[in-house]
Write a protein that binds this ligand. Structure first.
Ligand SMILES: [Fe+2]
Ligand SMILES: [Fe+2]
Length: 302
């Protein structure tokens, strides 16, 4: 096959003008006829006989033909369109696709895995379970997500967010090693880890999706949390999600002045129940209580 594929953008696609510009810049032909085109760009997946780039949401795209189906996500719509076009072109020429997305995802994963390893190195591991704070938050996040029936992609994403949520602690812990008043400063500086972490991650394009969780996982539903005093649904969903599990883990493993010592799992569950709709998202808190009671009936507390 020698000719370049011709694209058709159907009217359901909201970024049609932007997409046309990108296609032109890449020297592809955009046709006004569906029949004479090879690759269709759409927001409604209704074409079976041609390669279709289906933009499911602003940041998620599915490319399909009869034999291949790939879903990808990206934080920047521009990159996403550009990559989708390239990927579908490879698909057009040869079903043995050289997968650009996998390449990009592998690169992103490497950065993420490196930072996750750094988080674990910095944290204290529990001797019985060999898990550190972020690993436990990731563990319960995964179990809770399964309980809620979330799909594999979302569970993977939530686990990654859980592993990265305290990334801002890295610098803080280092600072504490060099201060004579480390105990006093600990609590003050700890409040800063959300801001430090979000500034740090905002410099890494590939991990932008985790910035809201890193910044807002200590916000409370009633607006009494930090660093921005957000309340209710102003707090990003995954920040509320990870924040709740984070709270549970801190309360049951770490003695802080805030909770006057370590709580038993049952005390922590009662606290979450009593503060559903006050400190915690009521829907998530109620579901979590149901989940954790269920979990602890059959499994050992970690
Ligand atoms: Fe935190
Ligand atoms: Fe945490």
């Amino acid at each position: 096959m020698n000719k370049f594929p011709t694209f058709f953008i159907d009217n359901s696609f909201s970024d049609k003008t932007l997409c046309e510009k990108i296609l032109n810049r890449m020297k592809f032909t955009v046709s006004t006829s569906f029949d004479n085109s090879d690759i269709i760009i759409s927001s409604k997946r209704s074409y079976d006989d041609k390669i279709c780039i289906f933009f499911e949401k602003q940041n998620r795209v599915v490319i399909s033909n009869s034999s291949d189906f790939t879903a990808i996500e990206d934080s920047k719509i521009f990159n996403l369109i550009e990559l989708s076009i390239l990927k579908s072109t490879f698909l057009f020429y040869d079903n043995n696709v050289y997968n650009l997305y996998d390449l990009k995802d592998r690169y992103r994963n490497k950065i993420s895995k490196f930072l996750q390893a750094l988080v674990v190195t910095m944290e204290v591991e529990d001797k019985d379970t060999n898990m550190s704070h972020s690993q436990r938050v990731a563990f319960y996040s995964e179990e809770f997500s399964k309980f809620l029936g979330k799909d594999d992609d979302e569970i993977k994403k939530i686990k990654e967010l859980a592993m990265l949520h305290d990334i801002g602690r890295i610098g803080i812990e280092q600072l504490m090693l060099f201060t004579p008043t480390r105990i006093n400063d600990f609590e003050t500086w700890d409040l800063e880890h959300t801001v430090t972490g979000s500034i740090f991650l905002s410099s890494i394009d590939e991990l932008w999706f985790s910035v809201p969780v890193v910044r807002s996982h200590h916000e409370f539903w009633n607006g009494t949390g930090y660093p921005d005093g957000l309340s209710g649904e102003e707090i990003p969903y995954y920040a509320r999600y990870i924040g709740l599990i984070d709270w549970f883990d801190i309360a049951t493993h770490t003695a802080t002045s805030e909770y006057e010592g370590i709580l038993s799992p049952q005390q922590a569950i009662d606290f979450i129940s009593n503060n559903s709709g006050i400190l915690f998202d009521p829907i998530l808190a109620n579901k979590f209580v149901e989940f954790i009671n269920n979990f602890l009936e059959k499994n050992k507390f970690v």
